[in-house]
Design a protein around this ligand. Structure first.
Ligand code: C2O
Ligand code: CU
Ligand code: CU
Length: 520
């Protein structure tokens, strides 16, 4: 297997000295601001909000469906998208689309996704939230090198030439998962260009509930972006070819924040909806931006966003919120009962953490009233607390630190877990299958901490219990400045090498990842 050593990786990180794009500080700086990152301003006039309809990504039809597995085919390729009205933007997408097509799997039915890489760079596909064997999890050095140029990247166990089959057992609860690129050092740039899509899992338990479905079940990928004057996506990569030097210009090492909010690939769309209950599957697909989403105006009596699920599927009971805070990569499944508004109402999904145009997200315009036999049951599922007596305790710190590119070169800003930069060849954590672990996570700034393989439960924040957005099975937790969070997790089923990392994609690309290897 060909892998970059830590030294080679850091050498690559440090090899560039591209002219820095001007970064605009957001708010008063990191502490006390809502996101850790710097605003990258667009260089074209921003459009008015709510002039174009909300698209919903098509569901990908299986190439083949059989008793053993369902097979899907995706081509990773360049395409164009109309993200801003009248502007054609080059993107990289699954089937050339941003977001990629939505894949729908049934619990227990094996899903094989065959990816063909027609992009000019190697890629890696990760199913975020998937309970997946290590060799199909999309480890950041398990590259799929471009079809047609299968040389120069080495070969061996982790490397595939041109295409790769990812096999997902889907032995997991119904949940809103997503798939995205995960190449070491380049994830921020390639996800920004469009390599992300939904992968929804359904099961019998969820089907038995009278939740809104079909047209009234809307997956919403929310992502901020910035644009250059020619309409292309702006991103401060060290290497614009995305081939050699990973990471971003030092000015943006804290994270890249866009000034355009897109939903399902369109800037500030509107949706005309019948006046009935709708299920909104909210995904924060942004690199670094956090959102605080609210309905404006709120319905009389408040509590308009009724959360039924999160990263790992259904909660045990619904929770009514006035607002929802979403860190990058988190999912919140909510029901909005639009019959609480008068016919003909216009309601905006706003972002309390935004400034100017980034305060707007999406607008709902209610059309006719339709019969609605959906309901929000008091009891959704069973979420048993993980037993924690006898748990193994581990501590993880998430902090800024300089990474030394190589001896003799100046160091540059990067991000560390337990004081160390990511090294694919180094593993310090070997959880035992079936053994519960309590992990204490502490931070300097905002670090959305994500665990591959298994969902976890938030036990508490500091001396307090879980926060209002911490309920249920999570795979990403919103760790905020100078905070400490305890989570409980247990790894079952699969051994092999997996990742714990920060899902601020610029932090991830600048070394804020660590391996863990469950052992039997
Ligand atoms: Cu969504 Cu390892 O990431
Ligand atoms: Cu993941
Ligand atoms: Cu981070």
């Amino acid at each position: 297997m060909t892998r970059l050593s830590r030294r080679e990786f850091l050498a690559l990180v440090g090899a560039a000295g591209a002219a820095a794009t001007i970064a605009v500080p957001l708010g008063v700086g990191f502490r006390g601001s809502s996101s850790t990152g710097w605003l990258l301003p667009s260089h074209l006039p921003l459009p008015l909000s709510f002039t174009r309809p909300l698209p919903v990504a098509e569901t990908l039809a299986p190439t083949r469906s059989g008793p053993l597995e369902d097979v899907y085919d995706l081509v990773q390729r360049a395409g164009t998208a109309e993200i801003l009205p009248g502007v054609s933007t080059p993107i990289w997408g699954y089937n050339g689309q941003f977001p990629g097509p939505t894949i729908r799997s049934r619990r227990g039915q094996i899903t094989r996704v065959r990816h063909l890489n027609r992009l000019p760079v190697p890629t890696v596909v990760h199913l975020h939230g998937g309970h997946t064997p290590a060799e199909h999890d999309g480890y950041p050095t398990d590259l799929v090198v471009p079809a047609g140029s299968p040389t120069g990247y080495g070969s061996g166990g982790g490397i595939s030439l041109g295409n790769r089959d990812y096999i997902y057992p889907m032995d997991q609860r119904a949940a809103t998962l997503w798939y995205h690129d995960h190449r070491m050092g380049f994830t921020g740039a390639t996800v920004w260009r469009g390599l992300a899509g939904f992968h929804l899992v359904s099961d019998d338990e969820e089907d038995r509930l009278p939740l809104p479905r079909d047209d009234r079940d809307l997956p919403l990928l929310i992502a901020d972006r910035s644009f250059s004057s020619d309409g292309s996506l702006a991103y401060p990569s060290l290497d614009p070819t995305l081939l050699h030097e990973p990471g971003v210009q030092s000015a943006f090492a804290a994270g890249v924040l866009g000034d355009v909010v897109t939903v399902n690939g369109v800037a500030w769309p509107y949706a005309e909806l019948p006046r009935a209950r709708h299920r909104l599957r909210l995904l924060n697909g942004s690199n670094a931006r956090r959102y605080r989403l609210a309905l404006t105006p709120p319905p009389a009596g408040g509590g308009g966003l009724v959360q039924i699920g999160t990263d790992g599927g259904l909660l045990d009971r619904p929770i009514a919120h006035d607002a929802l805070e979403l860190a990058p990569a988190q999912r919140f499944d909510v029901i909005v009962d639009f019959t609480r508004y008068p016919p003909g109402s216009t309601i905006t999904l706003t972002n309390d953490y935004g400034d100017g145009p980034t305060r707007n997200v999406l607008q709902f315009r209610l059309t006719h009233t339709t019969p609605d036999d959906s309901a929000i049951p008091d009891r959704l599922s069973t979420v048993e607390p993980l037993p924690t007596t006898g748990a193994v305790i581990r501590n993880f710190t998430f902090t800024q630190g300089n990474v030394q590119p190589r001896p003799g070169m100046p160091s540059m800003p990067g991000w560390l877990i337990n004081g160390e930069a990511f090294d694919p060849d180094q593993c310090d954590t070997y959880p035992t299958l079936g053994q519960t672990e309590i992990r204490h996570l502490t931070s300097d700034l905002h670090h959305p901490v994500h665990l591959h393989l298994s969902h976890f439960q938030v036990l508490g924040r500091g001396i307090n219990g879980p926060g209002p957005y911490d309920h249920g099975w999570k795979d990403t937790v919103d760790l905020r400045p100078a905070e400490d969070i305890s989570i409980a997790v247990r790894f079952d089923t699969y051994t092999g090498r997996y990742l714990l990392h920060c899902h601020n994609l610029e932090h991830e690309d600048m070394a804020m990842m660590a391996n863990f290897t469950p052992v039997a």
